[in-house]
Design a protein. Sequence first.
Length: 252
Amino acid sequence: MQIGLLPAEAHDVFVGAGLVVAGALFAYEVRRRRRSDPRLWYLVAGALVGGLLVSRLAGWARHLDPGRNAGLAQQWLYGGRSILSGLVGAYLGVLLAKRLCRYPWRTGDLFAPAVAAGLAIGRIGCLLTERPGTPTGAPWGVTLSRSDAARFPGTPFAVPLHPSFAYEIVFQVFALALLIAYRDRPTRPDVLFTAYLTAYAVFRFAVEFVRGNEVAVAGLTRPQIFLLCCLPLLGLRLRALRAAGREETVWA
């Protein structure tokens, strides 16, 4: 299968569409769960601002030598926009917004379906504008024309490549279906959201092997190193939430 890449600007169109759909799904969940507190929208604002800031600036200090790093203005205008950094920034933005507006309740399960839907749509933009992945012999591999491959130094043309972003779209759609199916099951608040983030971290670590990103150290890419740091924290949080749920059940 051959893929003709869209202009890079199309990526932002799909990201914007993903944000719109995520916002609509979040609003639907708020109404469905009868959570009418207007402070929830401060949390949404915190997620948007935090996600934008961290995704734009997270790649600034890529090198130990400060002279090799781009200036902050250059990084903001032309630097990469990492999904993983954006998720961390959004999470921190929500925590900060909760502190500022004194919102005491857990909200992860409200955000979970919105995040999965938004990422699924946003990744369509990545699939159509970025390098697909590493060479593959699979029948579903995509090929680039000479002109498309030239946009990404070192990328072969007319060679089947892993459609790594398509793998993520499938993952996010599947995760969204599970989140919707299990959202009303009795469980500790935030368990679903934390389980989703943990599953995504594991998936993303695995798919990095066919993404074709630059290897940083020990055969691992920077996202993989970042995920190795995050996964134990997610596992501990998931374990603590589930243990708290069992304790409440015993004493109920």
